[in-house]
Ligand binder design. Sequence first.
Ligand code: FAD
Ligand code: SF4
Length: 462
Amino acid sequence: MSQQVGSRVAMPAQDPLVRNKNFNEVALGYTEAMALEEASRCLICPKPQCVKGCPVEVDIPGFIAKIKEKDFAAAAKSLKGKNSLPAICGRVCPQESQCESKCVRGIKTQPVAIGRLERFVADWDMARGMEMPETTAAKGKKVAIVGAGPAGLTCAGDLAKMGYEVKIFESLHVAGGVLMYGIPEFRLPKAVVQKEIDYIKALGVDIETNVVCGKTLLVDEILEEYDAVFIGTGAGLPFFMDIPGENLSGVFSANEFLTRSNLMKAYSFPEALTPTRVGKRVAVIGGGNVAMDAARTALRLGAEESWIVYRRSAEEMPARAEEVEHAREEGVIFKLLHSPIEFKGDENMNLNSMVLQKFELGEPDASGRRKPVPIPGALEEAAVDTVVIAIGQGPNNLVTGTTPGLILTKKGGIQADEATGETSRKGVYAGGDIVTGAATVILAMGAGKSAAKAIDEYLSAK
Ligand code: FAD
Ligand code: SF4
């Protein structure tokens, strides 16, 4: 293995010019030999800084020590003691800004590749058919969860382990939230998500899909039957730019575009009969992780050119550096310091071009990033077949608008205690993106975990 002294073991990956034409996973995972070599870099610190960077406090040196001993079953047990979805977190958590950013190895060389080791152990565990944890005796109390994303699934799994009867109500036809409908197959295979959902179900959690809370079932109705409820409905409502032409055929929100590819299986056309015809040039507006996912998906759906159109420079781009790098390697074109001010279409309302305004960077704004300032008269028109708007998303009001007594945040989310998920309504807890706004999988899981603990304390005292 050619590796610089002190640097982490590289992750094998598909060749960029091959993978940009298929939906198979990009990163291929460590072999056992690679995992052992990387684990040997861990100092098993007695006061591990890495754990302080993990929102669910995984015993990182604990599970890595078990890898070193080649006791992968014990490593999996240790990992899953704190994290019910390790194969997912090992793939999509921003470890570089969490556990790995705190690892002492990173002071002089590169931090231990904690995420890659987590993925190795979780995949090993899945391949041998996942061992179930011990559960507590049934408590005779019922908890309902609204939304089967990472927040809801984690809360449900933890409560089931504590002996509660748990049921999740999910509006879509599949569980998983953004893990299923948002994050593309090439970063997070659906089969991996499904196996982790099956694990939660095997703990005794019942999941009923196609139930839109706030429409088909109200939270107040749920509370007549259940002792407590956790709301984890996420932030799935896309923001638009409010510019002329956004209603043209060919302009999508990232949410719709990725859902078509993920849940309606556009990627497996012609086997699945739901193609997304992207045409020759696709422009994705935005510079975050969602934009990178959409631009890379567009290439895989057959676009000859996939552009990221972002109004600031590369330095201000909020996407993870690794995602930007992967997009560049695959041939995504970055049209920086530009943003559309109008989309134009033909007489049948089909999109055919966009007018772009050029920007320069000014002083930093409230976010600390340099503000984009339009250059007067610097406009250009570019032909485009598909536009995907990826400028953010917020919570929908289906549950918040139909549950009296809930205090909301300024952005329309639910106001809940950060440590417990308690809301202004007794017995009603909330966590994940519906509370924080669009954030990360691990923060949503952390919120689900804290809420499960708080619900247990509340119901034990009742
Ligand atoms: P969600 O995952 O949104 O789940 C909410 C669930 O509630 C959904 O299943 C929804 O259908 C359901 N629901 C909504 N309303 C109702 C209702 N009225 N009744 C019943 N059910 C309802 N984070 C990372 O850490 N790493 C990444 O790489 C990453 N990539 C991302 C890529 C994309 C394209 C997107 C959109 C997000 C990404 N994120 C990533 C963010 C991350 O996925 C979210 O922060 C996380 O999924 C939030 O979890 P949640 O459980 O709060 O909500
Ligand atoms: Fe290992 Fe780094 Fe954590 Fe120390 S800080 S235990 S070296 S992963």
